[in-house]
Design a binder for this molecule. Structure first.
Ligand SMILES: Nc1nc2c(c(=O)[nH]1)N[C@H]1C(S)=C(S)[C@@H](COP(=O)(O)OP(=O)(O)OC[C@H]3O[C@@H](n4cnc5c(=O)[nH]c(N)nc54)[C@H](O)[C@@H]3O)O[C@H]1N2
Ligand SMILES: Nc1nc2c(c(=O)[nH]1)N[C@H]1C(S)=C(S)[C@@H](COP(=O)(O)OP(=O)(O)OC[C@H]3O[C@@H](n4cnc5c(=O)[nH]c(N)nc54)[C@H](O)[C@@H]3O)O[C@H]1N2
Ligand SMILES: [Mo]
Length: 769
């Protein structure tokens, strides 16, 4: 079958494979999980992968790069503190396959671009710096010095530093991030888009405004002694599998779990722990006591409905449901919030959420007399137009119950990339605070730029408008991760120079500027030696714990350079005598980087000492310790009045969300198995409610094309297979990143500017051709 056009995207593979659909699973993990992981490790890396697996997430080992879930503070499994998907991530890194300059001599950029994302990623580790000259068809070898010289020529030739942007993907360590932003600011711009902009930016904005800190407030131990855990818009069985162990332990301690998700995700229903005796015998622990299968973006209506029911209960039994002492002492705007809430009708809210009122009553009943409540959320909440508002509504609920700043209670955004939270702490931010810039100035003595920079979406627009000429990426896969693939590809092709510091080949290397560089770097599991001394880096997990990460695998090529070194050498090449920073010192030993971080960023006192302690240390977190205030409201945190979203669907339209399969890490596609959802051998599927399938005159396996319409512009994704699935009516789901062609650049979340990749209205038509 050949339906392939020249679309520069993950879309349009050669044809459809042989899709197999089986019953979705009703539990996650278990022995098959470990078996699958072991098979991957063995195939990619042989025994070195196994050895590394046992060091992953150990106190003296390296941090798994697959997610930001924390490690236990005290007891860790002596053999294995990893999950299936962490093992797959390691297999990808530890592979012995190499992408060398000979590989590029044999494969033109155009030919490589025709491969699927999975094929591109399977070629192995990038092993040499390579350069694509203007008009070139093949990447060719270049020395590291030659590469830095090219970057310097371009950056120093721009008419303003603001014509360059510097992207960060969330695997970059604290040490590398700190140096990177230091270089970018000394060079003279705040154009620092990062993967957060597409991920938890809505969380950072909402929490900073509502509770004064853009981070969650709970620790892992809170999970072990709490009454209720609510999990919204998150699929832990796949994306944070180690969270399952914490949920299991919580259940054993009597915690009730409420899951809020349009899809019945196996990992929210039950868990078979492959590391427990019970799990080995094939027994599972039931997780969600109540599963609310909300409509896509019905979360706001649902939260309001729960709050309204709690308010009614509070009126019946005053002082028994809400924590008035907490509310009086620590919050503002309670009265306004209640006035506004009462304007809603609970049945209307239930209808908007798409959930029977009786089920919402059950949720309210569970919460009514509890005040140790943890609310977790991830992309199902943040990547919506009203993501910031929904998160503030989550805060409202927590404040009503006084469920914050006490053990077993609080807000728990579950971060994605393993150091995405640390990147922001290290000042990777396009909108830095004045006081942070003042501090940089005080410590280093240069004047950092004050004008806010471009985030991800603004960068893409600026590329299109040719305001950006140089794009430098510290990791990631910008083209495939961002929305509106065709528009973004066009934008990236207008660049004069695109540079990617990467571990693996990806599509962003193939859709390039006039000139392009690929710079191979060390990954987490690689041993990082400088002047004969082994270095380590550090990362911050989702709960604000800073820990060291020390790789142990000999790099497969001696031409890879660590990220901190790349920054130092680039800074020297670009800034030369203009720089007031001692880059040589920082590149000689990472302890020097940590010493200076300690001087600039609060909470890192005795960094070098404390990071060497097994288990690391917690960063300060005001609300966690019962200090409640925001910039606007000293001594108090805020209730927020939010609006219900309005959704209008034409008769032939559906809402579409985008999700991760069990066999990918973001744009890295490990394989074609979405085991828990019962999808095998193909990713180009659209999950639809069986009633909708029938009404539309389709049947399982039919070939369809998807169309989105936004502000009069039509976008198309070719050739998907219909899969009838347990999802609310008029809601559909497809895998990210293939359908990023459908998400318009203009559709972003209010305040956070996050692309709304959890909702676009689409039409589904029978495939032509
Ligand atoms: N193995 C693996 N691990 C990963 C990643 C990976 O790709 N693979 N990615 C990492 C990264 S960067 C991140 S950010 C996280 C992502 O982790 P998650 O946020 O768990 O990932 P997603 O699959 O994007 O979507 C989460 C869930 O949101 C639900 N959902 C969709 N729309 C809505 C909605 O409107 N409301 C509600 N309530 N739910 C909705 C989906 O059904 C899905 O279950 O995982 C990190 N960890
Ligand atoms: N439709 C849709 N779009 C989405 C999302 C969605 O849910 N739906 N999710 C969004 C989210 S949450 C995120 S975080 C973004 C992800 O956006 P990115 O972070 O840009 O994408 P990744 O796929 O994680 O990046 C993978 C690449 O990173 C490189 N890499 C891996 N490890 C390292 C390392 O240690 N150092 C360096 N320098 N490079 C490394 C490899 O070359 C690999 O090809 O995508 C976003 N896009
Ligand atoms: Mo993410």
């Amino acid at each position: 079958m050949s339906d392939r056009t020249e679309l520069p995207s993950a879309e349009n593979p050669e044809g459809l494979l042989d899709l197999k659909v089986t019953e979705p699973k009703k539990w996650a993990a278990g022995m098959p999980a470990v078996g699958a992981a072991m098979a991957d490790i063995f195939e990619e890396s042989g025994t070195r992968g196994f050895k590394a697996l046992f060091r992953m997430n150990q106190k003296t080992g390296f941090d798994c790069s697959s997610c930001a879930w924390p490690d236990p503070d005290d007891d860790r499994s002596p053999v294995a503190e990893y999950c299936e998907n962490g093992a797959k991530a390691l297999a990808e890194e530890a592979t012995l396959k190499k992408v060398t300059s000979e590989f590029f001599a044999k494969n033109s950029v155009a030919d490589l671009a025709k491969q699927t994302d999975m094929e591109i990623g399977k070629h192995g580790r990038l092993a040499e710096p390579v350069y694509l000259p203007k008009g070139g068809t093949h990447y060719q070898p270049i020395s590291w010095d030659g590469a830095f010289k090219k970057i310097a020529e371009h950056l120093n030739g721009l008419s303003s530093p603001n014509e360059a942007a510097f992207y960060t993907s969330g695997r970059t360590s604290n040490e590398a991030s700190f140096l990177y932003q230091l270089f970018v600011r000394e060079y003279g711009t705040n154009n620092m888009p990062d993967c957060s902009n597409m991920c938890h930016e809505s969380t950072s904005v909402a929490l900073a405004e509502a509770i004064g800190i853009g981070k969650g407030t709970v620790t892992l131990n809170d999970f072990y002694d709490t009454d209720v855990i609510i999990i919204m818009g998150q699929n832990p069985g796949t994306n944070h599998p180690r969270m399952m162990t914490a949920l299991e332990k919580a259940k054993q301690n009597g915690t009730q779990i409420i899951a809020i998700n349009p899809l019945k995700e196996a990992g929210l229903i039950a868990f078979k722990n492959p590391q427990s005796a019970k799990g080995v015998m094939g027994l599972s622990t039931a997780l969600a006591d109540l599963y609310l299968q909300v409509k896509i973006n019905g979360d706001m209506a649902l939260l309001k409905a729960i709050e309204l029911l709690l308010l009614e209960a509070e009126k019946e039994t005053p002082e028994k449901v809400f924590d008035h002492e907490f509310i009086n002492n620590n919050t503002v705007f309670y009265d306004q919030f209640v006035d506004e809430l009462q304007k809603h009708n609970v049945q209307d809210l239930a209808n908007a959420a798409g959930i029977p009122l009786s089920q919402i009553q059950q949720a309210a009943e569970i919460l009514k007399h509890k005040n140790r409540i943890i609310i977790c959320w991830a992309m199902g909440i943040t990547q919506h137009t009203n993501g910031v508002a929904t998160i503030k509504e989550i805060v409202n609920l927590v404040l009503l119950k006084g469920s914050i700043g006490k053990p077993g209670a609080g807000l728990c955004p579950i971060r994605g990339h393993s150091n995405v939270q640390g990147n922001r702490t290290m000042l990777i931010y396009d909108k830095p605070y004045e006081k942070q810039l003042d501090k940089l100035k005080e410590v280093f003595g240069f004047e950092p730029p004050r004008e806010h920079g471009y985030d991800v979406v603004d960068s893409i627009r600026a590329m299109q408008e040719e305001k950006l000429k140089v794009f430098f990426a510290m990791g990631g896969n910008f083209l495939s991760a961002t929305p509106d693939t065709v528009y973004t590809a066009e934008a990236m092709r207008k660049l004069k120079l695109s540079v990617h510091v990467s571990t693996k080949l990806n599509r962003s290397h193939l859709i390039h500027g006039e000139e392009a560089l690929i710079l191979p770097t060390l990954a987490r599991s690689d041993k990082d030696m400088i002047n004969g001394v082994q270095q380590f880096v550090s990362c911050e997990n989702s709960m604000g714990v800073i820990q060291q990460s020390k790789g142990m695998l000999p790099p497969v090529s001696d031409q890879m350079m660590s990220e901190p070194l790349i920054v130092c050498k680039m800074a020297k090449a670009v800034l030369g005598d203009r720089s007031v920073v001692d880059w040589d010192m920082y590149s000689s030993n990472y302890d020097h980087i940590r010493d200076i971080i300690e001087d600039v960023i609060p909470g890192f006192d005795d960094y070098n000492v404390r990071v060497r302690k097994p288990g690391g240390f917690y960063l300060p977190n005001a609300p966690r310790t019962g200090v409640f205030e925001t910039d606007e409201t000293p001594g108090k945190v805020q209730f927020t009045i939010t609006q219900l979203p309005k959704h209008q669907l034409a008769e032939d339209e559906y809402m579409m969300t985008s999700i991760r399969s069990h066999d990918q890490f973001n744009t890295t596609i490990y394989g074609l198995e979405d085991r828990y959802r019962g999808i095998h051998n193909e990713r180009r599927v659209i999950f639809m409610n069986p009633v909708d399938v029938e009404k539309a005159g389709f049947k399982a396996g039919d070939k369809v094309d998807l169309y989105s319409n936004f502000e009069g512009q039509e976008r198309k994704a070719h050739l998907y297979l219909v899969v009838p699935y347990n999802i609310p009516e008029r809601c559909t789901a497809t895998y990210y990143p293939e359908t990023n062609v459908l998400f318009p650049i203009g559709s972003v979340a209010e305040k956070s500017n996050t692309p709304t990749t959890k909702l676009i209205n689409i039409k589904i038509k029978r495939h032509q051709g």
